[in-house]
Design a protein. Structure first.
Ligand code: MGD
Ligand code: MGD
Ligand code: MO
Length: 765
């Protein structure tokens, strides 16, 4: 039977109803090892088997400022009681505090599958019941999503179809400069699934075609060895300064593309006066940039010359913008590509997010596929996604966001479904304090992860292996059938079943389910897609599709709106969807916001935490908390593949041998990573792939606080978000800045505490 996941498609081997193995598909050239490891977690002891309610919450009001969340025992209850508790509480909160007191922003990746999309189900249920406070943007690319529409216009993600695809790069490009690299570990993933992993082969094709790669990153292995890339180690969070130094060098040597800048961009002159130092007396020249970035003056000059004289492509990944002033490297990378003369030439110019997901740069998109229908939300309130702790701690406060003023709403009930805030949010100790303020937290989870342990009511949810659905991954031209391969563990139910029961209790079951069974919904959504795409000519009937597991969608062909090639050819006929119709090197609109942390043109702002900050005297190492190679965020940290990557049960932390030697740290030792916000244990890996002054600890190890609820308590397992800062990128995007954190590392010679991340809490029956 076929299985579709965010890490690819697999075959499940089932014997008399028991899941035996998950195998890669023969036609996947680069299957992810995360898939086979799912079997181990399918029925492990961390599964939530029955609805459970936190003891302190059951014992009654007042619940506000209840410090026991996260530390309490749970009482298992029947489904009937659980549905009563949740529906009564929703009714109470809505009537006493209004619909905006219900938070349904519920950020998270959940699982592949269009019908059982957890956030889609939750938001449909909450919208039909009166509405909810939503969240906006993503933890992935908040800064990019807010800045790009000002600079190149269009939908925040439209760049995905406007930038060169890998095959065009192979054919046309000579030089790729990748800020943040092109880590293949990340292209294991594609949101919503994919049939075959293609990025690796496409990268190889570029190399065979003679494309040169430059990796500007603190970590050498952010680029595959077979690309033979030049490595320019860069002080984290200084990419904007590096790009300014390159831009300055182009300008003073007259290497920049004056014609394109004049015809197709606005505001170059104002930016140029900043660049040469007319405004602040500081020329952003190669020597200035070398001082900040650690990249030599010669290397910066050489890169400027090569970018301007070769057919070149500038790539930025997402990590560079998940940082203080994360808008700047994105904006500046577009400006640099415009200057280099490559913008709007085939296979060249600018692009973002290559290799962060498999389909990025593989296909420019796919036809739209039906999913669980959205219902418009009667509540208009929203928060920028990463401002959740601020909202809980400071209701009523006003904040800036992209030229608007937002008032943070008062949240009384949090309903989380398909995400793991105690993995994804920064400064988990601050989140813990914030989490004590609402009356009630309801969570649907399959496993007793940290978010489940920090809830009041936990409803056990069936996994993707335990329900029928079909997948249509981001930009992937395939539909993949996802028949149920095992029965739901314990008393688990699907998210849809749970919401249907709640809707029934609240009097709107029919509106929610439209009287369809789950399989009828799956069939309905498939048939709707088929009809929209042209019926028999486009796709087989549902029964054939379900039997054959996979089918191909008709290709999506250009031209795509907002094309840079069209812009270059005739900016009057093919304007960009920006206020000026051109690339905005200077944005009057952003300038008019008057922000002191995001001016009208790309600007170098010192990050609050970086290697040249005063704080580095106490915490001399920059923490790179990047995406894990061994799992998707926190998902399947209890799976076989992630477990096999641990060192003495802890998450690996990679340290440069020189930094390890000065601290007496050896390979394989358990170390303590710490700063003023918190500390965690991790297993040391020594490697000069990581530049000196930098340590790398991936996200997603389930947080394992020694004393849950106690601020600053040691994490036994290695979740970097006990160390990161909950600080917005700027007033423009309010995005997360996880990649701006300083730490120190020391040997941990005390007796090792046992990791308890995968143990359920105390449960009473
Ligand atoms: N320090 C640091 N922090 C980061 C990042 C970083 O680079 N550094 N990266 C950020 C980024 S880019 C992202 S996208 C976020 C990711 O943050 P999340 O998306 O919250 O992380 P996941 O681990 O994918 O969480 C998904 C949760 O949903 C559950 N789940 C899966 N399927 C279903 C389902 O069908 N129903 C229900 N009810 N639950 C389900 C899983 O068990 C899991 O607990 O993390 C962010 N956090
Ligand atoms: N295996 C796996 N793949 C994933 C995910 C996963 O959880 N697991 N998550 C997916 C998701 S949700 C997302 S959003 C994408 C994220 O895609 P990215 O954000 O691009 O991925 P990261 O792994 O966080 O970061 C990649 C590299 O950027 C470099 N980097 C960090 N800070 C800086 C900096 O200041 N300057 C420069 N030049 N480089 C820097 C680091 O060395 C790091 O290894 O990945 C996706 N792919
Ligand atoms: Mo992400």
């Amino acid at each position: 039977m076929s299985v579709a996941t965010h890490w690819g498609s697999f075959i499940a081997v089932v014997d008399s109803g028991r899941l035996v193995r998950i195998e890669p598909r023969d036609d996947d050239p680069a299957p992810s090892p995360i898939g086979p490891g799912m079997v181990k977690a399918a029925d492990d002891s961390a599964r939530v088997l029955r609805p459970a309610v936190r003891k302190g919450w059951l014992n009654g009001l007042p619940r506000i400022h209840d410090t026991a969340r996260g530390a309490d025992a749970f009482v298992e209850v029947s489904w009937d009681d659980a549905i009563t508790l949740v529906s009564d509480e929703l009714r109470r909160v809505r009537s006493q505090h209004g619909d905006s007191a219900v938070f349904g922003g519920s950020y998270g990746w959940a699982s592949a599958g269009g019908f059982h999309n957890a956030q889609g189900q939750l938001q449909r249920f909450l919208a039909l019941g009166g509405g909810y406070t939503d969240s906006r943007n993503t933890y992935s690319t908040a800064a990019l999503e807010v800045i790009l529409p000002h600079v190149i216009g269009g939908h925040p993600w439209s760049y995905q179809s406007r930038m060169p695809m890998w095959d065009e790069i192979a054919e046309n490009c000579e030089l790729v400069v990748a800020f943040g690299g092109l880590a293949l570990k990340n292209s294991q993933i594609n949101p919503g699934g994919l049939a075959r992993h293609q990025t690796q082969n496409l990268q190889r094709r570029c190399r065979e075609a003679g494309v040169r790669f430059v990796n500007v990153s603190p970590i050498r292995s952010d680029v595959a060895g077979f690309l033979d890339a030049e490595w320019l180690p860069v002080v984290p969070n200084t990419d904007t300064a590096a790009m300014l130094g390159i831009a300055h060098t182009m300008l003073v040597n007259g290497w920049h593309d004056e014609d394109f800048l004049r015809r197709c961009c606005v505001g170059f002159d104002r930016f140029a006066s900043y660049l040469v130092g007319e405004l602040d007396g500081i020329p952003k020249d190669a020597a200035w940039a070398a001082e900040i970035t650690g990249i030599s003056r010669d290397a910066i000059t050489d890169l400027a010359r090569r970018l301007a004289t070769r057919r070149s492509l500038i790539m930025v990944n997402y990590a560079v913008q998940r940082a203080d002033h994360g808008e700047q490297p994105i904006w500046m990378s577009v400006v640099l590509a415009a200057m280099a003369g490559s913008m709007g030439r085939p296979g060249c110019g600018w692009g973002a997010g290559y290799a962060t997901m498999d389909a990025t740069g593989v296909a420019p998109g796919r036809p739209s596929v039906a999913a669980v229908p959205k219902v418009s939300n009667p509540v208009a309130d929203f928060i920028p996604v990463a401002r959740i702790a601020d909202t809980l701690l400071h209701p009523g406060k006003t904040i800036d966001y992209d030229g608007r003023r937002l008032t943070l709403p008062e949240l009384r009930l949090i309903y989380w479904c398909g995400g793991n805030p105690f993995h994804h949010h920064q400064d988990l100790h601050r989140l813990t304090r914030a989490w004590q303020t609402p009356d009630t937290v309801v969570v649907h989870e399959a496993w007793w992860n940290t978010t489940a342990k920090f809830a009041d009511i936990v409803l056990p949810v069936a996994t993707t292996l335990e329900r029928d659905d079909f997948a249509a991954g981001f930009s992937d031209p395939h539909l993949v059938a996802m028949p149920k391969v095992r029965e739901p563990e314990g008393e688990s139910r699907t998210d849809h079943q749970i919401f249907a029961a709640l809707a029934s209790r609240l009097g709107y079951e029919q509106e929610f389910t439209q009287s369809r069974s789950e399989l009828a919904w799956v069939r309905h959504l498939y048939e709707q897609t088929r009809t929209e795409l042209g019926g028999d000519a486009a796709l087989p009937g549902f029964d054939d599709f379900w039997r054959n597991s996979t089918t191909e969608l008709p290709p999506l062909t250009g031209p795509f709106p907002g094309s840079f090639e069209a812009l270059r050819s005739d900016p009057r006929r093919f304007p960009l969807p920006t206020p000026s119709g051109r690339i905005e090197i200077f944005s009057e609109e952003i300038d008019s916001f008057g922000y002191d942390d995001c001016a009208g043109h790309p600007t170098w702002y010192e990050p609050v935490e970086w290697l040249h900050a005063d704080l580095s005297a106490r915490f001399p190492l920059h923490l790179i908390s990047n995406q894990p190679a061994s799992r998707l965020h926190s998902q399947y940290d209890n799976g076989g593949h992630s477990l096999s990557s641990k060192i003495r049960d802890r998450e690996p932390v990679t340290i440069n041998p020189s930094d390890a030697a000065s601290r007496g740290i050896e390979n394989g030792m358990v170390v303590r990573v710490h700063n003023d916000r918190g500390s965690c244990l991790a297993g040391a890996v020594l490697s000069d792939d990581v530049m000196p002054g930098v340590v790398q600890l991936a996200t997603g190890a389930w947080w394992d606080p020694v004393r849950p609820g106690l601020s600053g308590t040691l994490d036994r397992h290695g979740n970097p978000n006990v160390l990161t800062a909950d600080r917005p990128c700027s007033r423009l995007s309010q995005g997360p800045s996880a990649l701006s954190a300083l730490v120190d590392v020391e040997r941990y010679d005390d007796p090792l505490p046992e990791v308890q991340a995968f143990s359920p809490p105390d449960l009473e029956h």
